[in-house]
Design a protein around this ligand. Structure first.
Ligand code: PLP
Length: 446
């Protein structure tokens, strides 16, 4: 029999309500909680809240727990390492797990050139390191990034981010020298063109307009780009986009830095999403999936580019031994069968969502690769007017029925479950999502 969520209390239940009240007094109000879930424990794709309600998790803790919650082999690797060494700081001392993980990442990163790895604690820190290294290596001051991009919230990373103004409001001035350009968001092309007739005009505009008018290309250090845009709405660029953009970058000695923090490490059916596009990037920022939920970020760069001197960048906790052991086990599990499961189940999920799309007019676009799948909600398919309020209502209606989802972009919903997901779990997700959309559609007009 197919396993289903079990919602035994009204939501939030009594224990959750108490804790949420306490949180409201003591925890920073800057977090964005769409629904009142207070988690007690998790196994695989199943989350138990503090009132013993059971939810099916298609968020994986914001695209992190690719091996499922508390994968026994990851937990075992963590326990074994915790018994031996919790911390020593890889910035001033050597220890095995950091060195071995660096070698592994260098070997699996795309391209045959030698690589080196810098370790931090988060996605923002990996991007921050890339930002500084690009300046250090090129001695250039300008950078390009994309509208819709999310690269993190520390000041350097936030300066590259162009996702939502609420993330930037009152934090000006940002790091200077960054120009944002349109991402190839073909469902809503910034130039009002259609793919493929456009000939990927968004790339040509950079060379033909930007580099001829305001931005001298020989002063640009790097182009920062998500292979598939994450927070921006799970947007998949056309197949030739990265190849063409990379070609422009190389023509002017500009580094191509890919932010794989959300798209990376097995989720799209390949270890790194950029591998779908036939480009070997100069640098790659990693985090999220890398250690199955323990804090770890990594910047993988070509060895000839990672040429900064001792003392120029470091972090006390970066490359923590327990996180590194969790990462080694995570990569082993991804390579064993989780990556291929992501490809197969991703197709199954996408087919299922496309079936639902036939019945629900508000599902304007279904897109993705592997288990990085987004649904963009619109008021009608003709006008494509964003159905922002509906998006939130559908996510909440799914929660009430025991399915955990997250939004992305202005009006999209992301499906980023653990890569251990089964067909039965996808069937359950699709049936709850279908009912949630129907409930919202029945209850009101757009
Ligand atoms: N880069 C991308 C593409 C992300 O999706 C995120 C987080 O969602 C970050 C960077 C920042 O990562 P963190 O929240 O670990 O700092």
């Amino acid at each position: 029999m197919r396993k289903s969520p079990q919602i035994k209390t009204s939501l939030p239940g009594p224990r959750a309500s108490k804790l949420i009240k306490l949180d409201g007094t003591y925890v920073s109000p800057s977090y964005t909680r769409i629904y009142p879930l207070v988690v007690k424990k998790g196994t695989g794709l199943w989350i138990h809240d503090v009132d013993d309600n059971v939810f099916l998790d298609f968020t994986a803790g914001i695209a992190v727990n690719a091996t499922g919650h508390c994968h026994p082999e990851v937990v075992d690797a963590i326990k074994k390492q915790a018994d031996k060494l919790l911390h020593m700081s890889g910035t001033d001392f050597y220890y095995t797990s950091q060195i071995v993980l660096a070698e592994k990442l260098a070997l699996i990163a795309p391209g045959n050139e030698g690589k080196r790895v810098y370790f931090g604690n988060s996605g923002a820190e990996a991007v921050e390191a890339a930002f500084k290294l690009a300046r250090w290596h090129t001695k250039r001051e300008l950078n390009l990034a994309f509208f819709g991009a999310f690269h993190g919230r520390t000041m350097g990373a936030l300066s590259l981010t162009a996702s939502k103004t609420v993330q930037k409001k009152h934090y000006n001035p940002f790091v200077p020298g960054i120009t944002h350009i349109p991402y190839p968001y073909c469902y809503r092309c910034a130039y009002n063109l259609c793919y493929p007739e456009c000939g990927v005009a968004c790339v040509h505009w950079v060379e033909d307009t930007l580099f001829r008018t305001t931005i001298p290309p020989e002063e640009v250090a790097a182009i920062f780009v998500e292979p598939i845009q994450g927070e921006g709405g799970y947007i998949v660029p056309p197949p030739e986009f990265h190849r063409q953009m990379y070609k422009v970058a190389k023509k002017y000695g500009i580094l191509y830095v890919v932010d794989e923090v959300q798209s990376g490490m097995g989720r799209t059916g390949k270890m790194f999403a950029i591998e779908h596009f036939g480009v070997n990037p100069d640098m790659m920022a990693l985090a999220k999936v890398i250690a199955s939920g323990l804090p770890l970020g990594a910047l993988v760069a070509r060895s000839d580019i990672m040429d900064w001197e001792a003392g120029s960048h470091a972090s006390t906790f970066g490359g923590n031994p327990v996180s590194c052991q969790a990462a080694m086990k995570t990569i082993e599990l991804l390579e064993q069968d989780l990556m291929s499961n992501a490809a197969a189940q991703g197709d199954y999920l996408m087919t299922g969502l496309r079936e639902l799309q036939k019945r629900h007019e508000c599902m304007g676009d279904v897109r993705g690769k592997g288990l990085m799948v987004g649904v963009e909600l619109v008021k009608d398919r003709e006008s494509k007017a964003p159905a922002r309020v509906w998006r939130t209502k559908i996510v909440k209606a799914a929660f009430e029925r025991g399915l955990l989802l997250l939004g992305c972009g202005e009006n999209s919903i992301r499906f980023c479950p653990a890569l251990t997901v089964t067909q039965a779990e996808i069937d359950e997700c699709l049936s709850i999502f279908d009912a949630a959309i129907q409930e919202v559609a029945d209850s009101q007009s757009l």
